[in-house]
Design a protein around this ligand. Structure first.
Ligand code: NOJ
Length: 543
């Protein structure tokens, strides 16, 4: 395994609840993952990142942790984790786990101790407890709103039964924020990092990596109406505070005491790549998700700008750029790219949403978008199921929904369940092969049989085979470690660039685009039109 593998790796996100369920209870698990790992080797990914599987009451699908050093029985045991890790390494696949340091579950022993203790105690000092405003303290300490909707503060009842202090939760009330100015919190997370590094993990995806440190004095802040749920417009008193970088400098040093190349990847949902790049300066993290790229419209001018800016901003700090189109928090890109209306991140789409997307157009575009993304220098993230071309599950019944956003806003926002539906493996098996019993924690749409892996495997032109081919060429031709050069001039509605010996041409316009004489097409995201590149199609060629 090469050193600095993270500079060009393809990292596949497994959402454990929805990947493969060996126990048959309808929720995916570690044993299920282990059993299906060969399919990821065959796909050609380098790394898997697992969303949280640690002990949790699952109020936010595991992003609410009670024990950072154990596996939730829903997903198995530590022994199952070790077996999964060993199997992945045997197959040449690295493993990154999710770390959630901004907040714990309210069931975490520390938070339970804090509730049982008095204001000003050591136990309260691990979280953000404050007195309320107003004469009787009945108003929250400031006006911050939870990312999931509603106030970001909840008032507790003290031991004597009187209404007491308030605690901060940037997310659900079941997710109290730690106080990162407290050295005890810092030491605890060093312990957690060591625990997983000692078990052999290759790194961590760090949840809400821009949020740990809050501005002194906790001043009021009102985000703009249309802000993405994880973002805001700078300066935001709870995002991107200078002090947060010290935490990662400390962690970087800790990781460097381990052999091999262990990495930290920041989920820092900030609006521009220049801001995001602050998380990957040489003594901090290795990678940061490029959310500006994810949020970009399918438009050649927009993409050219964001690609140029990403490469510039990340390279300026010596880091690779990353690229991502889908994850467990956004509408799947096979649907998102054909949405007629605007859907801010986190709002989700459901049966009553305006502007129902065209599934055919969405998939066609998604394939073209992926063929662009996988040609870009740097590291790329894939989200489970996108290699099958899965769309967002729009028509989930209300009673099936589980995202805290849905409950906190009483159905006003659908939230993220539509991208989290268990994925199909075999078209003719119960739950399309997700679980032997047919159980599935979110219902799978009936027409997902057609997306099942077994229907696409070996089928020329399928989305799965397209991904395999792109990943094979990317690896064999060293695409991700090459320098990108724009091919100019190109028509306004095209995007064209060279990476090493590969030329990439994407056509966004109605008129098919002719390739130069003698061009040798290596792979195309859709059928060509008499050798020309049609609307919403990307080709990789030698030319
Ligand atoms: C970001 C995670 O990706 C999301 O799923 C989660 O709800 C929040 N952080 C809170 O942990």
């Amino acid at each position: 395994m090469n050193s600095q593998w993270w500079r060009s790796a393809v990292i596949y996100q497994i959402y454990p609840r929805s990947f493969a369920d060996a126990s048959g209870d309808g929720v995916g698990d570690l044993e299920g993952i282990t059993a299906r790992l060969t399919s990821l080797r065959d796909l050609g990914v380098d790394v898997v990142w697992l969303s949280p599987f640690m002990t949790s009451p699952q109020k936010d699908a595991g992003y609410d942790v009670t024990d950072y050093c154990d596996v939730d029985p829903l997903f198995g045991t530590l022994a199952d984790f070790d077996a999964m890790l060993a199997r992945a390494h045997e197959l040449g696949i690295r493993v990154i786990v999710d770390l959630v340091p901004n907040h714990s579950s309210d069931q975490h022993v520390w938070f339970q101790e804090a509730l049982a203790s008095v204001p000003g105690s050591r136990e309260r000092g691990r979280y953000m407890f404050r007195e309320g405003r107003g004469e009787d303290g009945s108003l929250p300490p400031n006006n911050w709103q939870s990312i999931f909707g509603g106030p970001a503060w909840t008032r507790v009842t003290e031991k004597d039964g009187a209404p007491g202090e308030w605690y901060l939760h940037l997310f659900d009330s079941s997710q109290p924020d730690f106080d990162w100015s407290n050295e005890e919190v810092r030491e605890e997370f060093r312990r957690v990092l060591r625990f997983w590094l000692d078990r052999g993990v290759d790194g961590f995806r760090v949840d809400v990596a821009h949020g740990l440190v809050k501005q002194e004095g906790l001043p009021d802040y009102t985000p703009p109406e249309d802000a993405d749920s994880m973002g805001g417009v700078e300066p935001v008193p709870y995002w991107g505070q200078e002090g947060v970088h010290d935490v990662y400098r400390d962690w970087r040093k800790l990781l460097e005491t381990y052999d091999g190349d262990r990495v930290l990847c920041a989920e820092a949902w900030l609006p521009t790549v220049d801001e995001i790049a602050q998380w990957v300066r040489p003594d901090e993290m290795h990678q940061a998700f490029n959310f500006e790229y994810l949020m970009s419209d399918w438009d050649p001018a927009v993409l050219r700008t964001v690609i140029t800016e990403s490469l510039r901003a990340f390279h300026a700090v010596g880091a690779p750029s990353t690229w991502v189109l889908s994850n467990h928090d956004v509408i799947r890109h096979a649907t998102r790219l054909s949405l007629a209306a605007d859907f801010p991140q986190g709002h989700g789409i459901g049966p009553r949403s305006p502007g129902r997307p065209d599934q055919g157009e969405g998939l066609h575009r998604a394939r073209a978008a992926t063929a662009v993304m996988l040609a870009l220098p740097g590291s790329a993230y894939l989200y489970q199921g996108e290699e099958l071309g899965l769309p967002e599950a729009i028509d989930l019944p209300d009673e099936a929904r589980q995202d805290p956003t849905w409950f906190r806003l009483k159905g006003e926002r659908y939230g993220r369940d539509g991208c989290r539906v268990p994925i199909p493996w075999e078209s003719d098996r119960p739950a399309f092969g997700f679980s032997e019993t047919g159980a599935s924690w979110l219902p799978q749409p009936d027409d997902w049989a057609a997306f099942a892996r077994d229907q696409q495997s070996g089928l020329a032109g399928s989305t799965l085979e397209l991904y395999r081919e792109l990943l094979r060429l990317r690896r064999d031709l060293g695409v991700a470690t090459s320098e990108l050069k724009w091919i100019d001039p190109m028509p306004d509605d095209a995007l064209a660039f060279r990476v090493g010996e590969v030329s990439v041409v994407a056509n966004f316009g109605a008129d098919p685009l002719a390739l130069p004489d003698g061009a040798e097409v290596l792979v195309a995201s859709g059928a060509l039109d008499d050798g020309r590149v049609p609307y919403d199609t990307t080709v990789w060629a030698r030319m």
